[in-house]
Design a protein around this ligand. Sequence first.
Ligand code: UDP
Length: 242
Amino acid sequence: MAAKGREIRVLGLPVSDSTMEETLAYIDKTVAEQGYARIVTMNAEIAYLAATDQKVRHIIETADYVTADGSGILWAAERYGTPLKERVSGIDLVQHLLARGKHRFYFLGAHPDVIETAMMKIHSDYPDVSIVGYHDGYFKEEESAAIAQEIAAAQTDILFVAMGFPKQDQWIMEHREETGIHVAIGVGGSLDVLSGNVKRAPKVFQKMGMEWFYRLCTDPKRIKRMMALPKFMSLVKKDCKK
Ligand code: UDP
């Protein structure tokens, strides 16, 4: 089994203390060994949901590998006195994997026009990439089995599911056997970014851990979801005092 490295806890939830390079090495090894890993990219909103809902918590606790997708998780790790080496966001992970030209990828998620545009952009930006299939994320439950069979028939190594948390991660869990994949990663809104429809925050925001603020300014509808951030911070502060 591929080595996972050190794991820390945030609100009792596991988070891998790994760099991007270490995470890529873990993925490569899992594929090479024909193993299986379900990877969750966890931000503060997800951690808050998991801390307050047992069913959601189970998705994180049973994951093979949990990365720190957002700066909120890095902040929390510091508070617990177990600082993480770096942030490993879902979108960065996708882009690094595509850039390396190894493995066979399948994308599942986003609106039909968004995934079409994203696939065109990926082929032009990463000419050596092997995308063995894709499907939008707006399908009926009855269609899931056929999609899972398509993923298996394409001999997919790495499956990216971009349907938002927890839907994407639940889909991965429910269809593990049928898909036969080696690595499955829930990557939220990554296809919106890859299609060019959503712009990532400038590097300076990312470095300051303020990407969430940029997203909020460019998409004020997210305010309700973002209310999870102060609630998450308050739970972490309480947990640290115990
Ligand atoms: N989505 C989907 N199927 C659904 C619901 C959502 O494919 O039934 C897609 C949606 O189009 C978007 C992504 O899931 O591309 C969720 O993005 P969001 O920004 O919520 O994810 P985050 O990065 O915040 O986890």
